[in-house]
Every structure is written in C-alpha cells, then in structure tokens.
Design a protein around this ligand. Structure first.
Ligand SMILES: CC(C)[C@H](C(=O)O)[C@@H](O)C(=O)O
Ligand code: SF4
Length: 468
C-alpha cells in the first residue's frame, strides 16, 4: 500500500485505536519552563513518576534575559525557572540549564543535540514544535494537561489521523530570497487557516535544495498556516547533518548506517495521494514583509502597503483594524516606513545560517541612527559558533547588540520587548497585537531583510544591498 511520509510516521507510532481516538507512542518529549509547572504538579498530586526520563529533555528559553542570563529580575520568570530546575531534579529529567553550553530555544537545541530524528514522534508544550518536522519527524505542540500525560505514560491520545496537505515548491530561489520568504509566501497564498486539520508535507526541488536550517525555518511556521505540523522527507542533506560528531543523542557508526537505511524508506511513495495540494514557484518569489497583524498579511519587499479596495471584501474589516494598530497609511511604499527596532533571532531564524545571512548584509555597514538592533542566537551552541566565525564582531562593529541565547523579543515574556508604538522588523514568527510587547508593531521578515532594515532605517529590498 502506498503511503505519505506523514502516514508512515503516524502508523509506526499507533499503539491503539478506538472509534474516536488514537494512542500514539512518543519518542521524545521536550520541556520548557512556561508550560511544564502544572504538569509536574499533577504528577506529584497523583504520586506518579516520569515514565521515561531518558526520553525527556528540558531547557530554559522563554523567560531568560539575554543581556545577562544570570540576572533574572522578573519575579514570575525567576519562579518559573527555579520551578523547572526543582522539578527536573525531583523527577530525574535531563535539564540543559543556562550556561550548560547546550541551553537554548527548545526547537534549536533538539536538532543540535541529535534528539530530533527522522521518523520519530516529538512533542513539547509549545506550538512551534512543528520545527522538528524538517527532519521527517512528526512533531507537534501539546497543552499542559497533555504534557502531564506524556510525562506519566510516554504516550498521547490524538483524534483521527489529520489529512495530508502537500505543499510543493518548484523552481529555484533567487539571490536574497530566503526560506523565510518561502514560508511567508505559502501562508500568504493559503491563509492562516489554510492548513487547518492537516499536516503539511513540503516537497519539490526548491525544498530539496535547502539546508537543514532552511527546512527548519519553513516547518517552524506550519502552525502559522493553521496546520498541526509540517514535515519534509529526509534525504542526503538530512543524513549529512548526523555526520557531525557533536550530536550526543544521534546514532553513530553502524547504528547510523542502519538508521539511514530505514529513514530512506520514509519518503512519500510516488503514487500516494495528498488529501489536498498547493504549488508555489520559488523562482517567482521576492523577499516578503508582513504589514498587518497576522502572518498572511504580507506584501513583496519592493511594494506598497495594500489599499482596502485591493483586498478581498472578506478581509477588509480585519485589514482596517490592522492599519490602525500598525499605524500605517494604506498604499505607502515599504521603503518609506521607518523602523525603530530590529530583532534577529527566535526558533524561526536564530540558527547559524540565519546569523550569517544577517552578517553578510551588516558587514562594513552601520546600523542607522535611532534604530536598536538585537542579534540573539537561538542557543549557546549557535552563540559559540557565531563567535568562532567572528560574526559577533561584525554585528557589534555595525552597532548592533550581540546577546545571549533565548526566545528574547520573539514574545514579551522576558525583558526584551518593544515599547508601545515602536515598529520592529523581526525574524520571528508571530505578529499579532502586542506579541513583542504591548502596543508594539511587528513586521515579520527574513534575517537578511532584517539586517537591511537595520542599516537603512526603513524597509529595503535586500537584493538592492547585495547587488552593490
Ligand atoms: C509559551 C509557549 C506556550 C508559546 C507557544 O506555544 O508557542 C510560545 O513559545 C510562543 O511562541 O507563543
Ligand atoms: S522563539 Fe518564539 S516562537 Fe520560538 S519557542 Fe520561543 S517564544 Fe515560541
């Protein structure tokens, strides 16, 4: 029987099926400080243990300050971090703590540690768990009561198997067009509900041509298209990722060879039908910028903010509200919109290739007067690697702040936030009202577009800077 990648991974993990529900085995459970405290409380109340401490991994990311990770001034943040430490000690859970050398955003450290493996199931109390799908894993976010269930049983109840949505990306990406632009274009095309009830499989030549990092960026935002998860079939690029020896949990030597032979069988069979399909031509894409308060409100970087009559009637009320919140006049050229803050980081774009792309634009240039630019590595590993390559110096010489690892300004759960009314070019994944701080205005862009905004002080199609 022919099957899709998603179907194969799902079927491998089914333990039991009732009329309504499916019990799945979970290979990896990732944990962070925000969504775990009540789950551990629940275990304590029921006098249960963590069933598989060897498959459960925690880190601290949302609440950690990135100017000085050790100086946690906010009382709630401090309590959540200390609670996670105490819970990990009590229940015997592996914790990649601040200054362990391996701390970072949970979705950045999973792959780095070799925890994220093709064909596996991965859950975390965090919606962007979809990121790990880049390896051909079935990875998705769960709620706190489910976190407790997985801690106690290493299994998870799900409804019926979601539908499979095939997103094919044909052609080749042009210079200055990044994986972030691909996923923004996908969401622009299908809408924030376009993936509802589905798991997306990204495929086609433009996806094959991407590095693992680019694939992680794309799968990361599957959730912003409404999908449960997103995945990409493992191939030589994926297998190559495991050739590095510093991934402690990945199989090695003979075991890796055997694993690769198995992983090769996961690809969607040629005659396996997706339940629905979309095709995007990468060759036609230009850098993207979101202008509104959801990630489908996106325009081309060389364009203008839309006017109401250019938008479908059904979107006008929401767009009108977004214009007001964002402080934008419809029809304005993007290049005429000044920026206050640039944020380069997050689980979408806080990996080494993202920082390289930003550094390439910032090298030899200066951050524009009045613009605050934060460059925040996604993990301690990314931070060391960037420093080994001298990227920290490029950023600092340009006038940007080189920070420590964490979620930072992706969301307002730590000291890095926008002030009311400030406008940010941000490489993160969400732009709803107040996401980066109350009254803050977020425009989602790629790392090189963020760097271009930093050095020019307004949105600039980065292709113009690369061509000089
Ligand atoms: C805090 C956490 C529950 C949340 C999520 O699930 O996504 C956060 O990571 C986010 O990006 O909004
Ligand atoms: S970086 Fe942002 S999206 Fe990712 S886990 Fe942290 S808060 Fe969520």
């Amino acid at each position: 029987m022919s099957a899709t990648l998603f179907q194969k991974v799902w079927d491998r993990h089914v333990l039991s099926v009732t009329n309504e529900a499916t019990l799945l085995y979970i290979d990896r459970h990732l944990v962070h400080e925000v969504t775990s405290p009540q789950a551990f409380d629940g275990l304590r109340l029921a006098d249960r243990k963590v069933r598989r401490t060897d498959l459960t991994f925690a880190t601290i990311d949302h609440n950690v300050p990135t100017d000085d990770q050790l100086d946690i001034r906010d009382a709630l943040s401090k309590r959540q971090i200390e609670t996670l430490r105490a819970n990990c000690r009590e229940f015997g859970v592996n914790l990649y703590d601040i200054k362990s050398g391996r701390q970072g955003i949970v979705h950045v450290i999973g792959p780095e540690l070799g925890l994220t493996l093709p064909g596996s199931t991965i859950v975390c109390g965090d919606s962007h768990t979809s990121t790990h799908g880049a390896f051909g894993a079935l990875a998705f976010g769960i709620g706190t009561s489910e976190v407790e269930h997985v801690l106690a049983t290493q299994t998870l109840w799900q409804g019926k198997r979601p539908a499979a949505l095939g997103v094919e990306v044909t052609g080749t990406l042009g210079r200055g067009v990044e994986p972030k632009d691909v996923i923004l274009a996908v969401i622009r095309a299908i809408g924030t509900a376009g993936g509802t009830g589905t798991v997306i499989e990204y495929h086609g030549p433009a996806i094959r041509a991407l590095s693992m990092e680019g694939r992680l960026t794309i799968c990361n935002m599957s959730i912003e298209a409404g999908a449960r998860a997103g995945l990409i079939a493992p191939d030589d690029v994926t297998f190559e990722y495991f050739a590095r020896t510093d991934r402690p949990y990945a199989p090695k030597g003979r075991a890796l060879e055997a694993a690769i032979a198995d992983w090769k069988t996961l690809a969607t069979d040629p005659d396996a039908p997706f339940d629905s399909k979309v095709t995007i031509d990468a060759s036609k894409l230009v850098p993207q910028v979101t202008w509104g308060t959801n990630p489908s409100m996106t325009v081309d970087a060389d364009g203008r903010i839309p006017t109401l009559d250019e938008l479908p009637t059904s979107l006008r009320a929401e767009a009108d509200r977004a214009f007001t919140y964002m402080g934008l006049i419809p029809g304005t050229l993007l290049s005429e919109i000044p920026i206050d803050v640039v944020f380069i980081g997050s689980c979408t774009n806080g990996r080494i290739e993202d920082l390289r792309a930003a550094a390439q634009v910032m090298k030899g240039r200066k951050v524009a007067a009045g613009v605050r630019t934060l460059v925040v590595p996604g993990s301690e590993q990314v931070r060391s690697q960037a420093q080994a390559e001298g990227l920290d110096r490029v950023f600092e010489e340009a006038g940007a702040e080189w920070r420590e690892a964490g979620c930072s300004m992706c969301l307002a759960m730590n000291p890095d936030r926008l002030q009311p009314g400030q406008r940010a070019a941000s490489t993160s994944n969400r732009n709803f009202e107040g996401r980066q701080g109350p009254g803050g205005r977020t425009h989602l862009v790629s790392p090189s577009m963020a760097a271009a905004a930093a050095v020019t002080g307004h949105f600039t199609d980065v292709r113009r800077l690369l061509d000089r």
